[in-house]
Design a protein around this ligand. Structure first.
Ligand code: ZN
Length: 151
């Protein structure tokens, strides 16, 4: 899943909740298991749960300094989190985080890897290093500063 697609997923979160497209797409495949593999809650994996409310994902967001207020609407929640984050690189960090959650989930489902905050953290750092190579000069300094202060 590309980072651009992840961004699209985040932007389309309301649509996914309303029409249940995420769940319907998975159920048509008749999988045996629909629970979230990132937590022990046995909750059905939905887009909002996987990327935002899952306890594992919440830990990841917290480590990155991003907090979600689930009492707000989706758009208000994203705007509020961006304001609290206090940096112009919020979009880059949040999209990369969704990508890392997604790949961590897939590594468990498809490759039998274990759930690991340490492994997620290393994956985020590795992907972040790649982002730095392609970052616009106007964002690169801010990305590097954020990284040094966070990791
Ligand atoms: Zn979960």
């Amino acid at each position: 899943m590309s980072l651009m697609y992840m961004g699209w997923c985040m932007a389309g979160w309301d649509v996914c909740i309303i029409d249940g497209g995420w769940l319907c797409a998975r159920k048509r495949k008749n999988l045996d298991y629909y629970s979230c593999v990132l937590c022990q809650t046995a909750l059905e994996e939905t887009l909002p749960h996987l990327f935002f409310t899952c306890p594992f994902s919440l830990q990841c967001w917290q480590l990155l300094g991003i907090a979600w207020d689930f009492t707000l609407s989706t758009s208000e929640m994203i705007i509020r989190a961006s304001q609290l984050f206090g940096s112009t690189i919020f979009r880059e960090i949040s999209i990369l985080e969704c990508s890392c959650i997604w790949t961590h989930r897939n590594s468990i489902i498809f490759y039998g890897r274990s759930l690991s905050l340490v492994r997620w953290r290393q994956s985020f750092k590795d992907e972040f290093a790649l982002i730095l190579h392609r970052a616009k000069p106007s964002l690169k300094q801010e990305l590097e500063t954020w990284f040094c202060n966070t990791f």
